[in-house]
Design a protein around this ligand. Structure first.
Ligand SMILES: C[C@H](O)[C@H](O)[C@H]1CNc2nc(N)[nH]c(=O)c2N1
Ligand SMILES: N[C@@H](Cc1ccccc1)C(=O)O
Ligand SMILES: [Fe+2]
Length: 270
């Protein structure tokens, strides 16, 4: 079962519009103002190019249709409103149809710097800019198709591939470490931590290695995997589904790497 959310998500009207309160719009304003300053030299060039195309409002939460319009024009993606974390089945199906799940609630001030589940700021500010990048967009759809063809058990392994690329991926670029993972970009705390902390491990991405690396969704990450540029994702996308599932079987027989965090069962949406 997906982690029970403590938030009450908003329902979109027939045009997909959501009536956000002044307080919710104010939280968006403060979050985006803060993060726009933070990501200047931390988010990768590909992300910043996408952010410019989206031209997100800073005074209010954008309506999903405003974001979908740009996504459709650039890579054929669109935003799909969802209440919060959704189950694997719906998640993979949406991605395979180039529909990105956008949770329709925003974090409270108490969780301003980091929250344990994806809110609308995470989904739109964190992920949507890179959905205008063709490598990232094609990879994310191929990932959805992989998941549709996987068993429940294989999906648990596949979740790690998403986690260490789309959610928490880093780039070792000629200009230094940069972020492309939406889970880092939407968190003021983790943006700083992922690039500067000497307590984290940063390893070159190897698919089999990633599939064996357990993670928790409710903590700052102890390990990040790196590529050199977003188009490196093409190399993963080029695997056939059966190749990736063969990696999953290999990971299963080799066993998981020891967890780098205190014991708590992995919170994977079912
Ligand atoms: C596969 C991925 O790591 C994760 O488990 C899924 C599950 N459900 C989700 N649901 C939402 N709304 N957003 C997400 O990013 C995810 N991620
Ligand atoms: N931790 C992210 C939100 C997030 C939670 C869980 C999974 C992915 C992203 C933030 O604070 O913005
Ligand atoms: Fe996310």
């Amino acid at each position: 079962m997906a982690k029970a959310t403590q938030y009450v998500s908003k329902v979109a009207d027939e045009h997909g519009n959501i009536d956000w309160s002044d307080e919710e719009n104010k939280i968006w304003h403060e979050l985006i103002t803060r993060q726009l300053a933070n990501i200047k030299n931390t988010a990768c060039d590909e992300y910043n190019e996408g952010l410019a195309k989206l031209n997100l409002p800073t005074d209010r939460i954008p309506q999903l249709e405003d974001v979908s319009k740009v996504l459709r024009e650039t890579t054929g993606w669109e935003c799909a409103p969802v209440p919060a974390l959704i189950g694997f089945g719906e998640f993979f199906r949406l991605l395979s149809e180039r529909k990105f799940p956008v949770a329709t609630f925003i974090r409270t001030r108490e969780e301003f710097d980091y929250l344990q589940e994806p809110d609308i700021f995470h989904e739109i500010f964190g992920h949507c800019p890179l959905l205008t990048n063709s490598s990232f967009a094609d990879y994310t759809q191929a990932y959805g198709q992989m998941g549709l063809n996987a068993t429940k058990e294989q999906r648990v392994f596949l979740a790690r591939l998403y986690w260490f690329t789309v959610e928490f991926g880093l780039l070792e670029t000629p200009k230094g470490l940069r972020v492309y993972g939406g889970g880092i970009i939407s968190s003021p705390t983790e943006t700083e931590y992922a690039l500067t902390s000497d307590k984290v491990e940063r390893k070159k991405l190897d698919v089999l290695d990633v599939l064996r690396t357990p993670y928790r969704i409710d903590i700052i990450q102890p390990i990040y995997y790196t590529l050199t540029k977003v188009s490196d994702l093409d190399n993963i996308r080029k695997y056939e589904v059966e190749d990736i599932l063969a990696f999953v079987e290999q990971a299963k027989s080799l066993g998981l790497h020891p967890a780098k965090f205190p014991p708590k069962e992995e919170q994977i949406a079912s």
